[in-house]
Design a protein around this ligand. Structure first.
Ligand SMILES: NC(=O)c1ccc[n+]([C@@H]2O[C@H](COP(=O)([O-])OP(=O)(O)OC[C@H]3O[C@@H](n4cnc5c(N)ncnc54)[C@H](O)[C@@H]3O)[C@@H](O)[C@H]2O)c1
Length: 384
Protein backbone atom coordinates (compact mmCIF):
# COMPACT_ATOMS: atom_id res chain seq x y z
CA UNK A 1 0.00 0.00 0.00
CA UNK A 2 1.31 3.41 -0.91
CA UNK A 3 0.63 5.89 1.87
CA UNK A 4 0.71 9.47 0.66
CA UNK A 5 -1.63 11.50 2.86
CA UNK A 6 -0.46 13.31 6.00
CA UNK A 7 2.95 13.65 7.51
CA UNK A 8 4.52 10.41 8.73
CA UNK A 9 7.93 9.92 10.19
CA UNK A 10 9.46 6.61 11.04
CA UNK A 11 12.51 6.31 13.21
CA UNK A 12 14.94 3.41 13.47
CA UNK A 13 12.83 1.58 16.04
CA UNK A 14 9.88 1.53 13.63
CA UNK A 15 7.74 3.97 15.51
CA UNK A 16 5.41 5.93 13.27
CA UNK A 17 4.29 9.41 14.16
CA UNK A 18 1.08 10.91 12.87
CA UNK A 19 0.29 14.52 13.68
CA UNK A 20 -3.13 15.90 14.40
CA UNK A 21 -2.82 19.51 13.25
CA UNK A 22 -5.03 21.71 15.40
CA UNK A 23 -2.95 24.87 15.95
CA UNK A 24 -2.28 25.23 19.71
CA UNK A 25 -4.07 21.94 20.38
CA UNK A 26 -1.94 19.91 17.95
CA UNK A 27 -0.52 16.60 19.12
CA UNK A 28 1.28 13.49 17.98
CA UNK A 29 0.06 9.89 17.78
CA UNK A 30 2.93 7.43 18.31
CA UNK A 31 2.41 3.96 16.81
CA UNK A 32 4.68 1.01 17.46
CA UNK A 33 5.50 -1.98 19.62
CA UNK A 34 6.73 -1.79 23.25
CA UNK A 35 6.22 1.96 23.60
CA UNK A 36 6.66 2.26 27.39
CA UNK A 37 10.20 3.77 27.07
CA UNK A 38 8.80 6.42 24.69
CA UNK A 39 5.98 7.16 27.12
CA UNK A 40 8.46 7.58 29.98
CA UNK A 41 10.73 9.84 27.90
CA UNK A 42 7.74 11.93 26.91
CA UNK A 43 6.54 12.26 30.51
CA UNK A 44 10.04 13.16 31.74
CA UNK A 45 10.32 15.88 29.14
CA UNK A 46 6.82 17.31 29.60
CA UNK A 47 5.67 16.50 33.14
CA UNK A 48 8.79 16.11 35.31
CA UNK A 49 7.95 16.76 38.97
CA UNK A 50 4.21 16.74 38.28
CA UNK A 51 1.58 14.37 39.70
CA UNK A 52 0.26 11.64 37.39
CA UNK A 53 -3.16 10.01 37.63
CA UNK A 54 -3.61 6.73 35.77
CA UNK A 55 -7.26 5.99 35.02
CA UNK A 56 -7.95 2.46 33.85
CA UNK A 57 -10.45 -0.42 34.18
CA UNK A 58 -10.09 -3.43 36.45
CA UNK A 59 -9.00 -5.80 33.65
CA UNK A 60 -6.36 -3.49 32.21
CA UNK A 61 -5.28 -2.58 35.73
CA UNK A 62 -4.03 -6.10 36.45
CA UNK A 63 -2.59 -6.56 32.97
CA UNK A 64 -0.76 -3.25 32.52
CA UNK A 65 -1.59 -0.37 34.87
CA UNK A 66 0.06 -1.72 38.04
CA UNK A 67 3.28 -2.38 36.09
CA UNK A 68 3.16 1.03 34.41
CA UNK A 69 2.80 2.79 37.74
CA UNK A 70 5.74 0.85 39.17
CA UNK A 71 7.89 1.87 36.20
CA UNK A 72 6.85 5.50 36.46
CA UNK A 73 7.73 5.50 40.17
CA UNK A 74 11.13 4.00 39.36
CA UNK A 75 11.68 6.86 36.94
CA UNK A 76 11.06 9.51 39.55
CA UNK A 77 7.33 10.09 39.36
CA UNK A 78 6.78 9.74 43.09
CA UNK A 79 3.22 11.02 42.94
CA UNK A 80 1.64 8.52 40.61
CA UNK A 81 -1.90 7.46 41.49
CA UNK A 82 -4.03 4.67 40.04
CA UNK A 83 -7.80 4.28 39.83
CA UNK A 84 -9.64 1.41 38.13
CA UNK A 85 -13.31 1.52 37.18
CA UNK A 86 -15.21 -1.73 36.50
CA UNK A 87 -14.56 -2.89 32.91
CA UNK A 88 -17.39 -2.22 30.46
CA UNK A 89 -19.72 0.39 29.03
CA UNK A 90 -21.58 0.84 32.32
CA UNK A 91 -18.56 2.74 33.65
CA UNK A 92 -19.28 5.58 31.24
CA UNK A 93 -21.83 6.76 33.80
CA UNK A 94 -22.45 9.87 35.86
CA UNK A 95 -21.69 7.86 39.04
CA UNK A 96 -18.38 6.61 37.73
CA UNK A 97 -17.49 10.11 36.48
CA UNK A 98 -18.23 11.57 39.94
CA UNK A 99 -16.08 8.88 41.59
CA UNK A 100 -13.15 9.78 39.33
CA UNK A 101 -13.46 13.49 40.15
CA UNK A 102 -13.51 12.72 43.89
CA UNK A 103 -10.49 10.44 43.49
CA UNK A 104 -8.55 13.25 41.80
CA UNK A 105 -9.52 15.80 44.45
CA UNK A 106 -8.81 13.41 47.34
CA UNK A 107 -5.34 12.77 45.94
CA UNK A 108 -4.43 16.40 45.46
CA UNK A 109 -4.72 16.71 41.66
CA UNK A 110 -4.04 20.27 40.53
CA UNK A 111 -4.20 22.24 37.29
CA UNK A 112 -0.71 21.10 36.30
CA UNK A 113 -1.42 17.38 36.93
CA UNK A 114 -1.74 14.85 34.13
CA UNK A 115 -4.34 12.13 33.62
CA UNK A 116 -3.20 9.01 31.78
CA UNK A 117 -6.10 7.15 30.12
CA UNK A 118 -4.92 3.54 29.96
CA UNK A 119 -7.60 1.28 28.50
CA UNK A 120 -10.17 0.88 25.76
CA UNK A 121 -12.69 3.37 24.46
CA UNK A 122 -14.67 3.30 27.69
CA UNK A 123 -11.70 4.44 29.78
CA UNK A 124 -10.58 6.92 27.09
CA UNK A 125 -14.00 8.57 26.78
CA UNK A 126 -14.49 8.72 30.55
CA UNK A 127 -10.96 9.90 31.40
CA UNK A 128 -11.12 12.49 28.63
CA UNK A 129 -14.32 13.98 30.03
CA UNK A 130 -12.91 13.91 33.55
CA UNK A 131 -9.82 15.75 32.25
CA UNK A 132 -11.97 18.23 30.31
CA UNK A 133 -13.99 19.20 33.37
CA UNK A 134 -11.78 18.78 36.45
CA UNK A 135 -10.69 22.31 37.45
CA UNK A 136 -12.08 23.43 34.06
CA UNK A 137 -9.60 21.25 32.22
CA UNK A 138 -6.30 19.53 32.95
CA UNK A 139 -3.94 17.70 30.58
CA UNK A 140 -4.44 14.08 29.60
CA UNK A 141 -2.76 11.56 27.33
CA UNK A 142 -4.27 8.47 25.75
CA UNK A 143 -2.67 5.02 26.01
CA UNK A 144 -5.33 2.99 24.15
CA UNK A 145 -5.26 -0.77 24.80
CA UNK A 146 -7.99 -2.01 22.43
CA UNK A 147 -7.80 -2.05 18.65
CA UNK A 148 -10.96 0.08 18.52
CA UNK A 149 -9.44 2.70 20.80
CA UNK A 150 -6.14 2.73 18.85
CA UNK A 151 -7.78 3.31 15.48
CA UNK A 152 -10.63 5.50 16.54
CA UNK A 153 -11.70 6.62 20.01
CA UNK A 154 -8.31 7.79 21.37
CA UNK A 155 -7.87 10.26 18.50
CA UNK A 156 -9.91 13.37 17.84
CA UNK A 157 -10.93 14.59 21.29
CA UNK A 158 -14.50 13.35 21.55
CA UNK A 159 -15.02 12.58 25.23
CA UNK A 160 -18.31 11.46 26.76
CA UNK A 161 -20.36 9.57 29.30
CA UNK A 162 -23.82 8.04 28.90
CA UNK A 163 -27.03 8.93 30.71
CA UNK A 164 -30.21 6.87 30.90
CA UNK A 165 -31.67 8.81 27.97
CA UNK A 166 -28.87 7.97 25.58
CA UNK A 167 -25.29 7.12 24.77
CA UNK A 168 -22.58 9.81 24.78
CA UNK A 169 -25.17 12.51 25.52
CA UNK A 170 -22.87 14.32 27.97
CA UNK A 171 -19.34 15.19 27.00
CA UNK A 172 -16.91 17.67 25.50
CA UNK A 173 -14.52 18.09 22.61
CA UNK A 174 -11.22 17.98 24.45
CA UNK A 175 -7.97 16.92 22.79
CA UNK A 176 -5.32 14.76 24.46
CA UNK A 177 -1.72 15.99 24.59
CA UNK A 178 -0.41 12.80 22.97
CA UNK A 179 -1.57 9.31 22.00
CA UNK A 180 0.56 6.15 22.33
CA UNK A 181 -0.73 3.13 20.33
CA UNK A 182 1.29 0.12 21.49
CA UNK A 183 0.49 -2.98 19.43
CA UNK A 184 2.08 -5.21 22.07
CA UNK A 185 -0.92 -4.82 24.39
CA UNK A 186 -3.30 -6.05 21.69
CA UNK A 187 -1.88 -9.56 22.16
CA UNK A 188 -3.97 -10.03 25.31
CA UNK A 189 -7.13 -8.61 23.75
CA UNK A 190 -9.92 -11.20 23.35
CA UNK A 191 -10.62 -12.12 19.72
CA UNK A 192 -14.11 -10.69 19.89
CA UNK A 193 -12.69 -7.29 20.88
CA UNK A 194 -10.13 -7.46 18.04
CA UNK A 195 -12.97 -8.06 15.57
CA UNK A 196 -15.01 -5.21 17.06
CA UNK A 197 -12.04 -2.88 16.44
CA UNK A 198 -11.69 -4.26 12.94
CA UNK A 199 -15.19 -3.01 12.08
CA UNK A 200 -13.96 0.57 12.65
CA UNK A 201 -10.87 -0.12 10.52
CA UNK A 202 -12.99 -1.32 7.62
CA UNK A 203 -15.18 1.76 8.11
CA UNK A 204 -12.23 4.05 7.27
CA UNK A 205 -11.64 2.20 4.01
CA UNK A 206 -15.30 2.27 3.11
CA UNK A 207 -15.84 5.96 3.69
CA UNK A 208 -12.47 7.45 2.69
CA UNK A 209 -9.93 5.21 1.01
CA UNK A 210 -10.81 2.56 -1.57
CA UNK A 211 -7.15 1.54 -1.81
CA UNK A 212 -6.99 0.83 1.92
CA UNK A 213 -10.24 -1.13 1.69
CA UNK A 214 -8.84 -3.22 -1.16
CA UNK A 215 -5.72 -3.87 0.95
CA UNK A 216 -7.91 -5.13 3.80
CA UNK A 217 -9.99 -7.24 1.40
CA UNK A 218 -6.80 -8.69 0.01
CA UNK A 219 -6.00 -10.74 3.11
CA UNK A 220 -4.38 -8.03 5.24
CA UNK A 221 -7.60 -7.64 7.24
CA UNK A 222 -7.56 -11.30 8.23
CA UNK A 223 -3.79 -11.14 8.85
CA UNK A 224 -4.02 -8.22 11.23
CA UNK A 225 -6.77 -10.01 13.14
CA UNK A 226 -4.29 -12.88 13.50
CA UNK A 227 -1.84 -10.32 14.98
CA UNK A 228 0.51 -9.97 12.04
CA UNK A 229 2.54 -7.11 13.53
CA UNK A 230 3.32 -5.39 10.22
CA UNK A 231 -0.31 -5.39 9.18
CA UNK A 232 -1.50 -4.22 12.61
CA UNK A 233 1.02 -1.38 12.44
CA UNK A 234 0.06 -0.44 8.88
CA UNK A 235 -3.67 -0.48 9.60
CA UNK A 236 -3.46 1.50 12.87
CA UNK A 237 -1.23 4.04 11.14
CA UNK A 238 -3.54 4.42 8.12
CA UNK A 239 -6.65 4.81 10.29
CA UNK A 240 -4.92 7.41 12.49
CA UNK A 241 -3.78 9.30 9.38
CA UNK A 242 -7.32 9.39 8.01
CA UNK A 243 -8.80 10.41 11.35
CA UNK A 244 -6.09 13.06 11.84
CA UNK A 245 -6.78 14.49 8.40
CA UNK A 246 -10.53 14.63 8.99
CA UNK A 247 -10.30 16.02 12.54
CA UNK A 248 -7.75 18.66 11.50
CA UNK A 249 -10.24 19.88 8.92
CA UNK A 250 -13.36 19.69 11.10
CA UNK A 251 -12.65 19.37 14.83
CA UNK A 252 -16.22 19.96 16.03
CA UNK A 253 -18.10 17.87 13.46
CA UNK A 254 -19.67 20.69 11.51
CA UNK A 255 -19.06 18.90 8.22
CA UNK A 256 -16.69 16.20 6.99
CA UNK A 257 -16.14 14.64 10.45
CA UNK A 258 -19.74 13.41 10.37
CA UNK A 259 -18.64 10.86 7.75
CA UNK A 260 -16.91 8.95 10.55
CA UNK A 261 -20.40 8.12 11.78
CA UNK A 262 -20.96 5.76 8.84
CA UNK A 263 -23.14 2.94 10.17
CA UNK A 264 -23.43 4.58 13.61
CA UNK A 265 -27.03 5.84 13.51
CA UNK A 266 -28.23 2.30 12.83
CA UNK A 267 -25.59 0.83 15.13
CA UNK A 268 -26.36 3.07 18.11
CA UNK A 269 -30.04 2.19 17.84
CA UNK A 270 -29.16 -1.50 18.04
CA UNK A 271 -26.92 -0.84 21.05
CA UNK A 272 -29.77 0.95 22.81
CA UNK A 273 -32.23 -1.85 21.99
CA UNK A 274 -29.73 -4.39 23.35
CA UNK A 275 -29.35 -2.25 26.50
CA UNK A 276 -25.57 -1.80 25.92
CA UNK A 277 -25.04 -5.28 27.29
CA UNK A 278 -22.79 -8.12 26.18
CA UNK A 279 -25.04 -9.14 23.28
CA UNK A 280 -23.50 -6.45 21.11
CA UNK A 281 -20.10 -4.76 21.28
CA UNK A 282 -19.91 -1.20 19.88
CA UNK A 283 -17.79 -2.35 16.91
CA UNK A 284 -20.22 -5.18 16.17
CA UNK A 285 -23.08 -2.67 16.10
CA UNK A 286 -21.03 -0.58 13.68
CA UNK A 287 -20.46 -3.63 11.44
CA UNK A 288 -24.20 -4.29 11.20
CA UNK A 289 -24.83 -0.55 10.83
CA UNK A 290 -22.43 -0.35 7.88
CA UNK A 291 -24.28 -3.20 6.17
CA UNK A 292 -27.55 -1.32 6.70
CA UNK A 293 -26.00 1.92 5.39
CA UNK A 294 -24.84 0.00 2.30
CA UNK A 295 -28.30 -1.50 1.75
CA UNK A 296 -29.84 1.93 2.19
CA UNK A 297 -27.38 3.30 -0.39
CA UNK A 298 -28.48 0.57 -2.81
CA UNK A 299 -32.11 1.44 -2.18
CA UNK A 300 -31.34 5.10 -2.96
CA UNK A 301 -29.73 4.05 -6.24
CA UNK A 302 -26.25 5.16 -5.16
CA UNK A 303 -24.29 1.90 -5.26
CA UNK A 304 -24.89 -1.50 -6.86
CA UNK A 305 -26.37 -4.40 -4.90
CA UNK A 306 -23.13 -6.36 -5.44
CA UNK A 307 -21.16 -3.61 -3.64
CA UNK A 308 -23.37 -4.03 -0.56
CA UNK A 309 -23.04 -7.81 -0.87
CA UNK A 310 -19.24 -7.43 -1.05
CA UNK A 311 -19.16 -5.45 2.21
CA UNK A 312 -21.37 -7.98 4.00
CA UNK A 313 -19.37 -10.93 2.71
CA UNK A 314 -16.08 -9.41 3.88
CA UNK A 315 -17.34 -8.54 7.37
CA UNK A 316 -18.89 -12.00 7.68
CA UNK A 317 -15.63 -13.63 6.54
CA UNK A 318 -13.77 -12.11 9.51
CA UNK A 319 -16.47 -13.22 11.93
CA UNK A 320 -18.40 -9.99 12.41
CA UNK A 321 -22.21 -9.90 12.63
CA UNK A 322 -23.89 -8.41 9.58
CA UNK A 323 -27.58 -9.16 10.15
CA UNK A 324 -30.11 -8.86 12.93
CA UNK A 325 -30.28 -12.63 13.22
CA UNK A 326 -26.54 -12.67 14.04
CA UNK A 327 -27.20 -11.03 17.42
CA UNK A 328 -27.54 -13.75 20.04
CA UNK A 329 -30.73 -13.33 22.10
CA UNK A 330 -31.69 -10.23 20.11
CA UNK A 331 -34.79 -8.55 21.52
CA UNK A 332 -38.01 -8.79 19.50
CA UNK A 333 -38.30 -5.39 17.79
CA UNK A 334 -40.14 -3.81 14.89
CA UNK A 335 -39.37 -1.01 12.45
CA UNK A 336 -41.04 1.62 14.66
CA UNK A 337 -38.80 0.65 17.59
CA UNK A 338 -35.74 1.27 15.43
CA UNK A 339 -37.12 4.55 14.06
CA UNK A 340 -38.04 5.93 17.46
CA UNK A 341 -34.59 5.18 18.92
CA UNK A 342 -32.85 6.62 15.84
CA UNK A 343 -34.90 9.83 16.15
CA UNK A 344 -33.40 10.34 19.63
CA UNK A 345 -29.84 9.93 18.32
CA UNK A 346 -27.82 13.08 18.97
CA UNK A 347 -27.12 13.31 15.23
CA UNK A 348 -30.85 13.69 14.56
CA UNK A 349 -32.07 17.27 14.07
CA UNK A 350 -35.39 19.10 13.87
CA UNK A 351 -36.06 18.06 10.27
CA UNK A 352 -35.18 14.41 10.68
CA UNK A 353 -32.18 12.12 10.65
CA UNK A 354 -29.15 12.67 8.40
CA UNK A 355 -27.58 9.46 7.13
CA UNK A 356 -24.09 8.72 5.94
CA UNK A 357 -24.45 6.84 2.67
CA UNK A 358 -22.05 5.47 0.08
CA UNK A 359 -21.49 6.89 -3.37
CA UNK A 360 -18.93 4.19 -4.14
CA UNK A 361 -16.70 1.83 -2.18
CA UNK A 362 -14.31 4.30 -0.55
CA UNK A 363 -16.52 7.39 -0.83
CA UNK A 364 -19.29 8.47 1.53
CA UNK A 365 -21.45 11.54 1.95
CA UNK A 366 -24.12 12.82 4.29
CA UNK A 367 -27.71 13.09 3.12
CA UNK A 368 -31.14 14.10 4.36
CA UNK A 369 -32.66 13.39 0.93
CA UNK A 370 -34.56 10.14 1.22
CA UNK A 371 -38.12 8.97 1.52
CA UNK A 372 -39.17 7.56 4.87
CA UNK A 373 -40.68 4.59 2.98
CA UNK A 374 -37.23 3.65 1.64
CA UNK A 375 -35.78 3.74 5.14
CA UNK A 376 -38.65 1.65 6.48
CA UNK A 377 -38.28 -0.89 3.66
CA UNK A 378 -34.58 -1.36 4.42
CA UNK A 379 -35.27 -1.74 8.15
CA UNK A 380 -38.14 -4.15 7.52
CA UNK A 381 -35.95 -6.36 5.34
CA UNK A 382 -33.22 -6.24 8.00
CA UNK A 383 -35.43 -7.15 10.95
CA UNK A 384 -37.20 -9.83 8.91
N1 LIG B 1 -14.51 9.03 21.42
C1 LIG B 1 -14.67 8.50 20.24
O1 LIG B 1 -14.38 9.12 19.21
C2 LIG B 1 -15.18 7.10 20.13
C3 LIG B 1 -15.12 6.39 18.92
C4 LIG B 1 -15.53 5.07 18.89
C5 LIG B 1 -15.99 4.45 20.06
N2 LIG B 1 -16.05 5.15 21.22
C6 LIG B 1 -16.50 4.53 22.46
O2 LIG B 1 -15.59 3.50 22.79
C7 LIG B 1 -16.26 2.55 23.62
C8 LIG B 1 -15.91 1.15 23.18
O3 LIG B 1 -14.52 0.99 23.34
P1 LIG B 1 -13.85 -0.47 23.37
O4 LIG B 1 -14.43 -1.28 22.28
O5 LIG B 1 -12.39 -0.24 23.42
O6 LIG B 1 -14.43 -1.10 24.70
P2 LIG B 1 -13.88 -1.23 26.21
O7 LIG B 1 -13.14 -0.04 26.61
O8 LIG B 1 -15.06 -1.63 27.01
O9 LIG B 1 -12.87 -2.47 26.13
C9 LIG B 1 -13.37 -3.73 25.78
C10 LIG B 1 -12.93 -4.80 26.78
O10 LIG B 1 -11.57 -5.11 26.54
C11 LIG B 1 -10.85 -5.09 27.80
N3 LIG B 1 -9.47 -4.71 27.43
C12 LIG B 1 -9.01 -3.50 27.08
N4 LIG B 1 -7.73 -3.59 26.70
C13 LIG B 1 -7.35 -4.87 26.86
C14 LIG B 1 -6.15 -5.58 26.59
N5 LIG B 1 -5.09 -4.99 26.04
N6 LIG B 1 -6.12 -6.91 26.86
C15 LIG B 1 -7.23 -7.54 27.37
N7 LIG B 1 -8.40 -6.93 27.60
C16 LIG B 1 -8.46 -5.61 27.34
C17 LIG B 1 -11.59 -4.08 28.62
O11 LIG B 1 -11.34 -4.29 29.99
C18 LIG B 1 -13.04 -4.38 28.24
O12 LIG B 1 -13.51 -5.48 28.98
C19 LIG B 1 -17.75 2.85 23.51
O13 LIG B 1 -18.18 3.47 24.69
C20 LIG B 1 -17.83 3.83 22.35
O14 LIG B 1 -18.90 4.74 22.48
C21 LIG B 1 -15.64 6.45 21.28
Amino acid sequence: MNITKNAIMEDQSNISEVSVALAARSYTIYIGEHLTPQVIDYLKSQYAGKSLYILTDDIVCDLYAVALRAQLKQHGFEKCYLHAVPAGEKSKSVESYATCLSWLAANGARRDSLIIALGGGVVGDLAGFVAASYMRGIDFIQMPTTLLAQVDSSVGGKTAINIAEGKNLVGAFYQPKAVFCDSEVLKTLPEREMRAGYAEIYKYGLLWDAQFMAWLDDGHGAALLAHDQNDVHEAVKRCCEIKAEIVSEDEHEGGVRALLNLGHTFGHALEVLCAYDDRLRHGEAVAIGMCLAARFSVRLGLIAAYDAAHIEAHLKSVGLPTAYADITDAPAINVDDMLSVMAKDKKAHAKGINFIVLKALGTAFITAKYQEDDLKAVLQEFIG
